[in-house]
Design a protein around this ligand. Structure first.
Ligand code: HQG
Length: 181
């Protein structure tokens, strides 16, 4: 992903996950926007948003944040929304352990209340420690929490996996979290 792609990817995240009204764009209940409408309403001039650029971003985005459907006439963000959309992912059995990257200042609250989804639709979890470390490092020195995901699932808690492989769930109660000593 080059810096032009990164810039546009951030812009698309803002519009497709959080604030479509910013450009008067409508998303359907499942989060899909019309590509023609997005292109015509986009106020970005530098660089100009074109179907070719959109295609490059959907294909090369480092975390596959976006998907097309219906012959590239619709686009949506794969996860990370703060506005209400139904992504329609099926419930899925998780691996024994999943990982959550965070930072030290949140640990006391997490011990008390568990991991909360905060402003997103779900708690986001990674299947490997490395990815979780990168997620945590966005905020400081990362702390990686190990989640006993299979035990949660056996206890009736639902998990979903998004198009780009991120594991999602509603809430992780503290007893399922292994805090490093
Ligand atoms: C923390 C990015 C206090 C939680 C990333 C996290 C990921 C609590 C922050 C994706 C808490 C929420 C998601 C509690 C959780 N008390 N703090 N009880 N429970 N927290 O950004 O997981 O670039 O909403 O540990 O790479 O950091 O957007 O979630 O630090 O994949 O595609 O509250 O976002 O991907 O932060 O990141 P976020 P996240 P994108």
């Amino acid at each position: 992903m080059n810096s032009k792609h990164k810039q546009i990817s951030k812009y698309l995240s803002l519009i497709l996950r959080h604030n479509p009204e910013k450009i008067g764009l409508k998303l359907d209940d499942n989060g899909w926007a019309s590509v023609t409408e997005l292109l015509s309403r986009s106020k970005r001039k530098q660089p100009l948003l074109t179907i070719e650029l959109l295609r490059e971003i959907v294909m090369t985005n480092d975390k596959q944040r976006f998907s097309f459907k219906e012959n590239e006439t619709k686009i949506r963000a794969n996860q990370g929304h703060s506005i209400k959309v139904t992504l329609g992912y099926d419930s899925k059995e998780p691996p024994a352990f999943l990982f959550h990257g965070t930072v030290g200042k949140f640990i006391p609250a997490i011990k008390e209340k568990g991991i909360l989804k905060m402003s997103r639709h779900h708690v986001h979890l990674s299947h490997d420690r490395n990815t979780a470390a990168k997620v945590g490092a966005r905020r400081g020195i990362p702390i990686i929490l190990t989640i006993r995901a299979r035990d949660m699932y056996r206890d009736g808690i639902q998990f979903y996996q998004s198009e780009n492989g991120v594991w999602l769930t509603d809430h992780i109660p503290s007893p399922y979290i292994e805090f490093a000593k």
